[in-house]
Design a binder for this molecule. Structure first.
Ligand code: TRP
Length: 384
């Protein structure tokens, strides 16, 4: 199911954490992300240092998520996951990771990996991730993740990873690009979460299978070596899968059907204007069907008046072009402050790197403690 037929009923938000934590579409519209109120006012790295180091005590309330460094974030990233990252940081125990090791499963261009990681950090900070409230770091700054991934992989039957939907899909579509690391991708993802004992994982709906596998893997380890890891739960936003500009497939950089929320205005406008609407509405005078028009669906997230907009389409009061122009205007203005902030951060690359390093430093004791326990339980060298 992508959109409900009547266009009204919302998909159920599974695993919702407290009432205040996950923004509903309604509160999102009303509040907007008041970025000016939330953004750190510089000295970000210092703020990261003020953030209390997370305790080693396993807690199911801790939040962790990872994001692939894919360059500019798109609307699907934001509606599906990033707005939950930002909402959940208010609870004071959230860790966010830019997963550059994972990116190596599909990119072997060192400059691209480095640049995209840096750019993703800028994007998250610009969108409101506050290093005074949450930890942001680069996965390869904490190489213990890979060691834990190896140790976990010893309890993972090959069949489990072979049947992962994302693996099967890539094997089918791009068999020449299937490497060994891709097969174990979900095991590293499990290690990312488990090394910090996080129990809540805000992700897009495409990650559901990975999260289920993570739970299975940790259950298998606990069964073998005694209870230790908590089983993490996915936290979804109330957005269904966000379709791309083609109106058919989920928005994704690899498909090339994205709306890049922090791109310049002209790019956003061009991407929105290229959107496929109701393909059966050929003439301007014909009524449209908002429940199947992706432009109309996206309007739900950018104003309280979407029902009025839908009515305009149904009655042919408005045309698709008008509705797209309005959507482009709203997306541009919604992310205007974030875009400005991103431009500012682009001029301070050292500060951004400093935030990432400080975040990784903060996590060192916790990662070491987890590996100490795991070494001990598994019969490996004792660690101090
Ligand atoms: N696989 C995730 C994605 O492609 C990224 C990821 C890596 C992740 N490690 C994670 C997400 C840990 C959540 C938790 O979006």
């Amino acid at each position: 199911m992508i959109w409900a037929e009547d266009g009204k009923s919302r998909p159920i938000c599974r695993d919702e954490v407290g009432n205040h934590a996950v923004q509903t579409a309604a509160s999102f519209r009303l509040m907007g992300p008041r970025l000016a109120d939330r953004l750190p006012d510089m000295a970000m790295a210092e703020k990261q240092n003020e953030y209390a180091a997370p305790s080693a005590h396993p807690t199911s309330e801790r939040v962790f998520s990872g994001v692939q460094p894919s360059g500019l974030p798109h609307l699907g990233n934001y509606l599906g996951a990033f707005r939950n990252y930002i909402a959940l940081q208010e609870r004071g125990d959230a860790i966010y990771c830019i997963v550059d090791y994972h990116a190596l499963t599909s990119t072997h261009d060192p400059e691209a990996i480095r640049r995209n990681t840096h750019d993703m950090a800028i994007a998250l900070l610009a969108l409101g991730l506050d290093p005074g409230r949450a930890i942001l770091f680069r996965q390869s700054d904490r190489p213990e993740h890979t060691e834990l991934a190896y140790l976990l992989s010893t309890v993972v039957p090959i069949a489990w990873v072979e049947r992962t939907p994302s693996f099967k899909e890539k094997k089918r579509n791009r068999p020449e690009d299937v490497n060994h690391a891709l097969l174990t991708y979900p095991v590293l993802q499990t290690a990312d979460i488990a090394i910090y004992h996080a129990g809540r994982v805000p992700v897009g709906r495409d990650q559901q299978a990975h999260l289920e596998l993570a739970r299975e893997i940790l259950r298998a380890w606990n069964r073998t070596y005694g209870e230790y890891f908590v089983e993490p739960e996915a936290v979804f936003t109330d957005s269904p899968v966000i379709l791309g500009t083609d109106g058919v497939r989920a928005m994704s950089k690899s498909v090339g059907n994205v709306i890049e929320i922090l791109a310049d205005e002209a790019t956003i406008r061009k991407q929105v204007m290229s959107m496929v609407t109701d393909t059966q509405r050929i003439l301007r005078t014909q009524p449209g069907r908002p429940e199947i028009c992706n432009v109309c669906q996206l309007h739900r997230f950018f104003g309280d008046d979407y029902e009025y907009i839908w009515d305009g389409e149904r009655t042919a009061r408005t045309g698709c072009v008008d509705t797209k122009k309005l959507l482009a205007d709203r997306i541009i203005s919604h992310f205007a402050e974030a875009r400005e902030r991103a431009r500012e951060l682009e001029s301070k690359p050292d500060d951004v790197e400093e935030v990432l390093h400080a975040g990784a430093d903060k996590l060192a004791p916790l990662a070491a403690e987890t590996l100490r326990v795991v070494h001990d339980r598994m019969g490996l060298a004792r660690k101090e």
